[in-house]
Design a protein around this ligand. Sequence first.
Ligand code: ZN
Length: 237
Amino acid sequence: MEGLRDILLASDNIVFFGGAGVSTESGIPDFRGEQGIFRTKSRYGYLPEEIISHSFFMKNPEVFYDFYKSTMINQEARPNKAHLKLAKLEEAGRLKGVITQNIDGLHQMAGSKAVYELHGTIHKNYCMNCGKFFGLATIVMSKGVPRCDVCGGIIKPDVVLYEEGLDSQTVESSIQAIAAAEVLIVGGTSLNVYPAAGFLQYYKGKRLILINQSKTPYDKRADLLIREPIGEVLGRI
Ligand code: ZN
């Protein structure tokens, strides 16, 4: 912990790269963990990874939204100590950006400004027909499939589904931030999900900090390795 504190205090160019573990401490289930969403089976008999795919959304938006609204939207979730500490580090001019694989918007809720959401966000939704923007409330309050109030088109969450590519601008900005970072903190991810995990190869700095409860393929490359929950660790700094 002292080593972590020293490293953070000495840098004004920190970048954070976070995974599902950052949100689990806010009560949001991850996908692949022991309590993960992928362990559940939908009441329709489809596998979760099948439901949240692009082709399934196009074919069967009713089932998609039934699953999506009940499983992937957690309105009562609030930022935890990890989100709050990262927002403070940014405010203090030490942290340059947060790159996240989470779609819950908790970093912004905590006050973070430079947030790169690799997998999109539940807070942005667009009409597939006319492109009109809708916030989360429209999705939550809709019955069944949410539709555009202007043209009647189906609204689609700006969340990267299976079979869909990541947003190239977000990927580029994330890689630029990592490549320019002096200190890179990787937290709450087992680094098994590609292409996001491949981003680490762009890091050229000398202070790679890994904070995760379980082993990752990058453990040996870390300058500092902490196998504890990310919120607890950052909360103690
Ligand atoms: Zn529309």
